[in-house]
Design a protein around this ligand. Sequence first.
Ligand code: SF4
Ligand code: SF4
Ligand code: SF4
Ligand code: FES
Length: 954
Amino acid sequence: MIEYFDPNKDYGTPASASTEKVTLMIDGVAVTVAAGTSVMRAAAVAGITIPKLCATDSLEAFGSCRLCAVEIEGWRGTPASCTTPVTEGMRVTTQNGKLAKLRRNIMELYISDHPLDCLICASNGDCELQDMAGAVGLREVRYDYAGANHLSATKDESNPYFSFDPAKCIVCSRCVRACEEVQGTFALSIAGRGFDSKVSVGVADNFLVSDCVSCGACVQACPTATLVEKSVLEQGQPEHSIVTTCAYCGVGCSFKAEMKGREVVRMVPYKGGHANHGHSCVKGRFAFGYATHPDRVKQPMIRDRIDQPWRTVSWDEAIDFAARRIKGIQAQYGRNSVGGITSSRCTNEETYLVQKLIRAAFGNNNTDTCARVCHSPTGFGLKTTLGESAGTQTFDSVMKSDVIMVIGANPTDAHPVFGSQVRRRLRQGATLIVVDPRHIDLLNTAHLGEHYHLALRPGTNVALMNALAHVVISEDLEDQGFITARTDGYQQWREFILDPIHSPETNEAITGVPADLVRQAARKFAAVPNAAIYYGLGVTEHSQGSTTVMGIANLAMATGNIGREGVGVNPLRGQNNVQGSCDMGSFPHELPGYQHVSDPVVRGRFEQVWGVDLDSQPGLRIPNMFDAAIEGTFKALYVQGEDIAQSDPNTQHVQAALTSLECLIVQDIFLNETAKYAHVFLPGASFLEKNGTFINAERRINRVRKVIPPLAGLADWEVTQKLSNALGYPMNYRHPSEIMDEIAQLTPTFTKVSYALLEQHGSIQWPCNDQYPVGTPIMHVDDFPIGKGQFAITPFVPTEERTNRRFPLLLTTGRILTQYNVGAQTRRTHNQVWHDEDVLELHPHDAEERGIAAGDWVGVTSRVGNTVLRAQVSERMQPGVVYTTFHHPFSGANVITTDNSDWATNCPEYKVTAVQLEKVSSPSNWQQRYRSFSKQQQDFLKQAVTPTVAATGR
Ligand code: SF4
Ligand code: SF4
Ligand code: SF4
Ligand code: FES
């Protein structure tokens, strides 16, 4: 018998990483496992079940319940199988009369202090305590309830998603350990001793106000009905499940959607998911209710002007209306007067089809994607230096890192499952270097060891990266072997970086980071065997976003930190399919696989398969589309699954562009902010309603599987296909797998990818082709796609967005854990209890100077606009820097962000806006206009929907 991993089975204790093998006998069966495996796990591998309560394979063995006792030949007593490692030749007995009696006695004590309401308990049928009582043959309990017990303990219902009923707690501590080991939050503890021991959630004894971040790991670990999802309490136990992928962030967690009929009862993180290994965050696990929210628009709608109510129509009528409008506009204003925007929330197959529609049916390259406003500099910067527009590692690689440098990212909020993994590695002793203006939560990691916080001024990333590299080179800390063998352009770069203008001492005046701290961090980074860099939008969303990305690659190459586990350059992608939407050819200059449209050979291959002539000129980027719309040369836009009216900078400019369009077609699940300016609304499908694939931040292609039928009748790819056919360009796919086959045919990094291969392996990291038939976990191991890595010259050019007396503070924007992007999904879930408005964080010094107290309304004015937010005074900010999120449309965070953008890619400079604050008492003019426009549009929606509701008699 050898080890085989079944993701649906609980092996009791974690797998051992050892490569050494050990063979033992369990109940007469020979089993071979990795050295360091527990006896309990070895038995599970052999198909032998040992009763257990305090053990589960997501947690280290604890050895408290004693139910798993076994006999081992030559050993005294009955050791706990969960805490006993296997040894060569060991002979184990798991079942005999003595063990059975011991286990029954233990179970009898547990059950004597447990309410016997199994028949009406929500966990009936899914309770390990119940299972164990049956497994050990417990038939009667000799003790009654007359003695002291915990049966009247009060329930905690404060968390919107799960309930805590201490009367059912067996104090196995699985929840406490899950919170520590899996999640890394340490919100729970066991208070008291002996009979008085109980699970404590802090002084308030209330989950909602505790440190708990609602990841649900404790709920998943609980063997009883003590911690249980409220959805299970309300809907009952699920009956079947389908494995799919989270539609929130770029971690790409796998989930089992557990169903009852056509209803999702709960989302359970899937142990077989290679990105999350059975863990999740509050969004993926709990915030899925938006998919069936009453705000879902389920019928196509059209109108001639945006000051008119909507008319609900059939799919055919809506598609015909849209196609006639596009054709008419092209006839009048020319082929290039129309374009489209693909979505990083949609699947690869849907995204591929939208860019194909634009190139083949619209006949131009006016396609862009929301990655324009987040990670386009990653594409440019990494392609220039490393030859591929993607991160180099797997998430698991971080468990081999000795130094983890996090630049402009806040993983515990924006990529929470990866954040937990980083915390695990930090608790094991890795060093943390944070480059961020804010004191991010990773710096609060429990048991954090050596760490450096380089709290730089917003807009000075390039200067700081150059300073770090300057220390490495000037102190001879570089990896000469790697540089010589693997890179080009080093000598020129070396001369550039050794210039004293890049020294930490010179740069201190620019970045605000003490030179000594920079030197210490650089020395540490260069000294360890494995140093990895993870970065986010705090790098890319700057006027020098692309330059910083290249600076990051320079530092990694100079120190030889590329091409093996534990190292690398890793962009943390914001939305679920940012990587995929870029890979699928959403940008105006690149066909799928980053193949330039100007290359006639590339174009020729696409022309042959697509059967059309393609434009050789790159099309318009999103900001160019807006400018052209205002100028009057761009007249129609098809937007699938994006909310540009809320997410893009300088909202008033975006609104002016959208109102200039003669035809705006929006495909979405809700009437989002952009749809309020639309003439055609095509109802979209949520991730639960579609088949396809997403690609996460580690290039992992994950399957998305249909769990319920599309609420509006069609999947998104079917809608795009209908529109294409109506425009006269035929598309005849029968299933998304056929679209993937075409992607594989045309994209060199995907040539071996197919749904069959994905089913076989669960997920695959591209490149996946003849050279790498089952994918590529770590990139650039032997060489780069461009042969050698290219050092890039990275001069620091200060942003034009400067502070002055009129605008003395710098505003930077970001995300929080419980909301997602523009909030269209999470605002329609119970996540609202944690964050129902965007607030302005400011340092006490800046607050005091302006007479602002926590909770005051504050007017925030930049060079382009003004909005009003509630103040939150916080030491997390450095003086002179203020911060807000953009999850709620009314806050108008993007009314104040400017048109400044990255020099290479036009990615907006969200992270640096010069502002002034003043205490105010009423909303801004923009907010008042927004409120009345939004109400008008909501009324139009209600008027459109009402006749249909009446007609159906509901
Ligand atoms: S709440 Fe559940 S997991 Fe936690 S100690 Fe009680 S029974 Fe164990
Ligand atoms: S939900 Fe997560 S953070 Fe909250 S107590 Fe449970 S494990 Fe800890
Ligand atoms: S970490 Fe990201 S992918 Fe995973 S559950 Fe949370 S939001 Fe979903
Ligand atoms: S399962 Fe081994 S002691 Fe509890």
